[in-house]
Structures are given as C-alpha cells and as structure tokens.
Design a protein around this ligand. Structure first.
Ligand SMILES: *Cc1c(COP(=O)(O)O)cnc(C)c1O
Length: 363
C-alpha cells in the first residue's frame, strides 16, 4: 500500500482518477476462436499485402523517410470512395486516436457532453482524460435511445451508429432532423460498424457544419492490426483536429498503413463479398440462437448482443472459454446478463452454436 502511494507521487492528479478502457482479451496463442473484439474473421483484401510489399520495395518511399505529412494520397482515395472533399477528411492511427483528437479539440472545455448510457466505453474514458462533464442518455427497454430529450445545457453529443454493444442503428433521417433542430450542438457519429447494414451519415457533412463522422478500417476492412481510422466533417472541424494532431504527433499514420488503406479502398470486390458473408452469417447466427432460446437484439453490426432466457451470461461466457471460444462479457449492470458475440466465419458460427447447444441441452 505505502509502496503504491510512493510510486504515484509524481502522477498528474488527472491520471490518478482515470479509469482506462479495457479492450477484449487478445490471447497470445492462436488456439481460440476469437469472437470477442469484433475483428473481421478473414484477413484484409490480398491486395493490401501486395501493396505493403510494394511499398517496402519502392526506393522512393522507403521507411527511412517520414510519411506524407497530411496523408494526401490516402485522403484522395477516401474522398473518392465517399464522394466528399479531400479537405473534409482527417486521418489517424485507428479511429480510437481520431476520437481522442475529437474529444480534445472539440469537446473539452466546451461544457457537457451527452452520450448513451450503453455505448462504446472508450467515450467515458476519454471524457475523464480530458475532464469533460458527461450526461448519460437513458436507454429504453428495447435498448434504443431518444436524441430528442437531451435536456438543456448540452454542448455536444456522441454515439455510435450502429450503437456499440447493442448493434441497433438509427436512421439517417432521424439524425438529420436532430442536426436541423440543434445547430449549436456538435454531434459526432462513430460509424465503426456502418458497413454491415446501417445508413451512413457521411452525406450530411456536406450540408451541416455541426456533425463529424468517424469510420475505421479495423472492422469491415479487416485491418485492426494496421491501426487506421478517419473523421469526415466540415473543414472548420477538420482544422481543429489538425491543430491538435500537429501539436502532438505530425505523423501518426505510417507509410505501410497508408499504402494498405489505399489498396483496401481500391478492392471493392473483396469489400462487398466480405460484407455480404458477414451479413449472411449474422442472419444465420440470429436464427439459430433464437431457436436455442436466446433473445437477440436486431444488429446492424458484425456482432450480436444476446441473452438466454434461463442461463446466466457469466456461465455461458465461462463455458465457451473453457471450450476455446472467446466472446465478450461486460460487467455493466444493464447488460450483465448479456454476451456479445462477434460474427465469425460460417465454420466458427457452427462450432459456437454446437457449444451453446450443449449448454442448453443440460437444462
Ligand atoms: C472498434 C471500434 C472503434 C475503434 O476502432 P479502431 O479504428 O480500431 O481504433 C471505434 N468505435 C467503435 C464503436 C468501435 O467498436
């Protein structure tokens, strides 16, 4: 105890009060079926690997040189694929980093931030890091939330769409109406899972100055290990993010990640087939889980949140882990009897279902 106190004496007071985000377990060995961190079950497009090798072989862009300061080429690719301006894009080392820049540049020091009571738990961690006051938006019994009764005094709002952990998506029109009614409130929509069946709000950034959208290459493009994410928004919002980035680390995205991102965006065929596979497997998993007595939320993500009517979630989590299948369990009281399962390959889904069936059959 005294030893611990001693070791903290140089800590900044904010650091003492942090509660950092805990990601899902990454086992060191490969003998688990990993359905706990919403990674893509296949690798990225084969063109990504080719592009990385080509970059290493290209003398003009060897690793001894710093990357392009503004990731111009990757920005061009993103701009083209989303049909927006190059100057409306901000690229970072994973969307977690992009979100951190957003919190610091656009939320901190501006008053209360509203966020759903159940969502990506990185948001409250970042809010504490940047000392931002939070107001939680209550979830209804069906796990949806209403943007229209935020109360007064809210300066910003952030949510994931589809929402993290639940998978439930809101319509673009609903978000657009909210933007129109709240011109002085900044809204950030985290679209980490949008490619799996939700409507993107990217087109809204052309018309509205009070919305920023973030996306990632980690989930639908199978590049979680590369760390690549971005934000799109009005040029004034992007300028604020650049100011923070350039006061902190001018080159967050390395040359290999840039090349990987461009190659990934170019391979539309891989992207569409992979997406289709995951959506089909999700449908298959939802049907089978329901027939085993599980309640499953209607997911637009590459995961489902599910709860068995008679079996405790912790028991299911432990049983699966003993059988080398990792899923995600959250201690949050509202979802303490639920588990989140990432959508794997068809084979992984079948193995998971066999294991769940054996628990259910013991009832
Ligand atoms: C996975 C995830 C992210 C982080 O993505 P990275 O680009 O890998 O940092 C952001 N938001 C949500 C809701 C996520 O689930």
């Amino acid at each position: 105890m005294s030893k611990q106190r001693l070791s903290r004496k140089f800590w900044n007071p904010i650091v003492k009060n942090l509660s950092p985000y805990t990601p899902g377990e990454q086992p060191l060995n490969n003998d688990y079926i990993k359905l706990n961190t919403n990674e893509n079950p296949t690798g990225p497009s084969p063109q990504v690997k080719a592009a990385i090798i080509a970059t290493l072989k290209n003398k003009g862009s060897v690793l001894r040189l710093y990357p392009e300061a503004e990731n111009e080429n990757l920005k061009k690719s993103i701009a083209q694929s989303l049909n927006i301006g190059v100057n409306q894009i901000f690229i970072g080392n994973g969307s977690d980093e992009v979100l951190a820049f957003c919190f610091q540049a656009l939320f901190a020091g501006r008053g209360t931030l509203a966020l759903p009571e159940i969502t990506y738990s990185f948001y409250p961690s970042l809010a504490r890091l940047f000392e931002i006051e939070m107001k939680l938006i209550a979830l209804a019994n069906d796990f949806t939330f209403n943007l229209n009764d935020l109360g007064s005094n809210i300066k910003s709002v952030i949510f994931a769409n589809p929402n993290a952990t639940t998978g439930i998506a809101m319509k673009k029109k609903y978000i657009q109406d909210f933007l129109i009614k709240n011109p002085n409130l900044l809204t950030i929509v985290d679209e980490a899972y949008v490619d799996f069946g939700a409507q993107t709000c990217v087109p809204l950034v052309k018309k509205f100055k009070n919305i920023l959208v973030t996306q990632t290459f980690s989930k639908s493009r199978g590049l979680a290990g590369m760390r690549l994410g971005f934000a799109v928004g009005d040029i004034n919002l992007i300028a604020a993010l650049n100011r923070v980035k350039n006061s902190f680390n001018t080159y967050p995205v390395d040359r290999l990640a840039s090349a990987a991102g461009i190659a990934s965006l170019n391979d539309k065929e891989w992207f569409n087939l992979n997406k289709k596979m995951i959506i089909e497997n999700r449908q298959f998993l939802i049907e089978k889980l329901s027939s085993l007595g599980f309640k499953v939320l209607p997911s637009c993500g590459n995961f489902v949140l599910t709860s068995h009517l008679q079996i405790n979630a912790v028991k299911i989590f432990k049983h699966l882990k003993e059988n080398k299948i990792l899923v995600r369990y959250f201690e949050n009281s509202k979802i303490k009897n639920w588990i989140r399962i990432s959508i794997g390959t068809k084979k992984e889904c079948i193995t998971l279902l066999k294991n769940l069936e054996s628990i259910v059959n013991k009832l």
